[in-house]
Design a binder for this molecule. Structure first.
Ligand SMILES: NC(=O)c1ccc[n+]([C@@H]2O[C@H](COP(=O)([O-])OP(=O)(O)OC[C@H]3O[C@@H](n4cnc5c(N)ncnc54)[C@H](O)[C@@H]3O)[C@@H](O)[C@H]2O)c1
Length: 312
């Protein structure tokens, strides 16, 4: 790659699940990538094995570097445990840290920021979720993402040479989520149970649907936002096709060569969502984004990596 096409990017939360996938992909494309992560949450150095760039170890809420230029920032750092009830911590780490980052971008003439929003902004709102529908977060995590979307819109109005794009990720699964522990995806949780020879446990009768999206498609939509996103806006980031837990189990049985029947257990949560689904029209029209992976293709790729048959 020549000096003209080689760009400099910052990935916050780059030692985490999605951030490390973005960082490594940008680097593989020949760009110079810097990661910023505080390593005090889910960030883990093992997600960055083979990474050739710099790593700034800092909490974005408390510290921002000065005098650094990047062609764009990918902001993935956040408290991502949706069960955290500490409202102050959630708002500081997710919203105030984001404001620090936007001010850093404006001061250093960084014109493009792409940040992770979330489907949690919709809560139990009607599906398929459209970006224009009212937000209705069910927890402080979702609330923090709604406020990030508000802050981004306002900040771009005040700094109209900047483009700030929010991507509302739905249920992401794929390599790099090991360090998320109990917050790792259902695909990974069920894989672990089945790999141990146990029957996969899901709530009765495994028919709840989610818009599961493979992390490689999440990297893709970030790159679409980088290359095609012309205006400040929020976009859904998913497949648009909801699938149920029984379908995950069927895919895993196929990929693992097992025949384990699901064990259906009572659902203790009265308000458990029956279905999540993104309307992907806007991302398709404005970003030119189409997912590459069906649930079958995503799980096949993921299992081949987990089983050590494929390193990419
Ligand atoms: N994984 C999903 O299904 C999903 C769905 C919707 C939205 N998101 C969003 O995507 C982004 C990435 O999520 P993920 O799944 O990779 O989670 P993750 O927890 O693996 O990654 C987050 C990273 O940010 C770091 N971090 C957190 N607060 C920080 C701070 N103040 N300063 C510096 N680093 C900090 C953590 O150490 C971690 O490495 C998050 O913003 C999350 O809210 C994820």
């Amino acid at each position: 790659m020549d000096a003209k096409t080689k760009k400099k990017y910052l990935v916050t939360g780059g030692a985490g699940f999605i951030g490390s996938n973005i960082a490594k992909t940008l680097e593989a494309q020949g760009h110079e990538v810097t990661v910023m992560d505080d390593f005090s949450k889910n960030g883990h150095f093992k997600n960055l094995i083979g990474f050739k760039g710099d790593v700034i170890t800092a909490d974005l809420f408390e510290y921002m570097p000065t005098d650094m230029y990047f062609d764009a920032i990918f902001h993935e750092a956040a408290i991502t445990d949706t069960t955290v009830m500490d409202q102050k911590a959630m708002m500081e780490q997710n919203v105030e840290a984001f404001k620090n980052l936007l001010n850093f971008a404006a001061e250093n003439e960084i014109k493009k920021v792409i940040y992770a929003s979330s489907a949690a902004t919709y809560g139990n709102g009607p599906v398929p979720n459209v970006e224009t529908q009212p937000t209705h977060p069910e927890n402080v995590y979702g609330f923090s993402k709604v406020i990030m979307d508000n802050v981004a819109r306002q900040f771009a109005e005040d700094n109209n040479d900047m483009t700030i794009i929010g991507l509302r990720y739905f249920n992401v699964y794929g390599p790099g989520e090991y360090y998320k522990g109990k917050m790792a995806s259902m695909v990974y949780q069920l894989y672990n149970q089945m790999k141990a020879g146990k029957r996969p446990r899901v709530f009765k009768y495994g028919e709840q649907q989610r818009d599961f999206v493979y992390v490689k498609d999440i990297v893709k939509i970030n790159l679409c936002a980088l290359n095609n996103g012309k205006e400040t806006c929020v976009y859904n980031a998913a497949t648009g096709i909801p699938r149920d837990y029984n379908a995950i189990i069927a895919c895993l049985n196929k990929e693992l060569g097992t025949n384990l029947e699901p064990e259906y257990i009572d659902n203790p949560y009265p308000f458990f969502q029956l279905k999540t689904q993104a309307d992907m029209t806007l991302a398709k029209e404005k970003l030119g984004y189409e997912p590459d992976y069906s649930l079958e293709a995503g799980i096949a790729d993921y299992v081949s990596i987990l089983e050590g048959r494929n390193s990419k």
